[in-house]
Write a protein that binds this ligand. Structure first.
Ligand code: ADP
Length: 259
């Protein structure tokens, strides 16, 4: 049997505080994600979701445990190895155009200039930004900037896409539009996706499974399969099963939240 696409094995991470006390942010977390799954990682703010994604991407080294991609140990190796990250803050280079930002990841790979341009143009078109190749980030709306971020992550052809609350800073309408865009693009470019969110509705709308994370320290509390077919549209949100599942998850989350 082939190994899962991604395996997080008994991973723990603490952050030191000036006084010496460490805060345990992730505690013995286990997670296995099959190839091509869209997994939502859902939990309240501050529970450690971003840290988990950074551990998986290698931006943060774990104190213990291992991260495996296709069965290979990639613990502590930063990015690469087929991992592409999309952050909440748009994280674009302000001095680069749309084209320059999307080409960025390809420059580190030995891709010729002409090929870089072709690949970047392909993904710019895919995210609906044809015509904005020469625009700088400050000339684009938040939603458009996030499209550039997505095109940039896709251009390096990652086989696992790590998305850290990518729509969290957007207004509700833009967020709804980009959720549909993401589903459309994912349908064209099937790959394993880990999508961090604190929105139950967003998790249920997008994902195949939802990993509900415990309040800090983070562990996987429940793994919930999402029973709705694809393609999905807005109408699924009115499905009684959707409403029930949203309630069930809400009770799970509420039980652990301290305000
Ligand atoms: P979430 O993404 O679920 O909102 P985070 O992973 O960003 O949660 O943060 C979890 C906890 O870890 C928070 O209490 C945060 O303050 C702490 N934390 C995150 N990164 C650092 C860091 N680099 N140094 C110290 N504490 C951190």
């Amino acid at each position: 049997m082939s190994p899962p696409k991604l395996e997080v094995r008994n991973v723990s991470k603490s952050y030191g505080r000036g006084g010496g006390d460490a805060i345990r942010v992730v505690d013995g977390l286990d997670l296995a994600v099959p190839d091509l799954e869209f997994l939502a990682i859902l939990g309240p703010s501050g529970c450690g979701k971003s840290t988990l994604l950074r551990l998986i991407d290698g931006l943060v080294p774990p104190d213990s445990g291992a991260i495996l991609l296709d069965g290979r140990d990639v613990t502590g190796t930063v990015g690469g190895e087929g991992r592409g990250m999309v952050f909440q803050s748009f994280d674009l280079f302000p001095w680069r155009t749309t084209l320059g930002n999307v080409e960025f990841g390809l420059e580190a790979q030995s891709v010729s200039r002409a090929e870089r341009r072709d690949i970047a143009q392909h993904y710019i078109d895919m995210v609906g930004l044809g015509g904005f190749e020469a625009a700088y980030p400050h000339e684009l709306s938040g939603g458009m900037q996030q499209r550039v971020g997505l095109a940039r992550a896709l251009a390096i052809k990652p086989n696992i896409l790590l998305m850290d609350e990518p729509f969290g800073a957007l207004d509700v309408q833009t967020r709804d539009i980009l959720q549909d865009e993401l589903l459309r693009i994912w349908n064209q470019e099937r790959k394993t996706v880990l999508f961090v969110t604190h929105s139950i509705e967003e998790a249920l709308y997008l994902a195949d499974r939802v990993a509900v994370i415990t309040p800090r320290p983070a562990r996987v509390d429940r793994l919930i399969p999402v029973p709705f077919g694809r393609p999905r549209g807005e109408d699924v949100k009115a499905d009684p099963a959707f409403v029930d599942l949203r309630q069930t998850i809400w009770h799970t989350l509420k039980a652990g939240v301290r305000v």
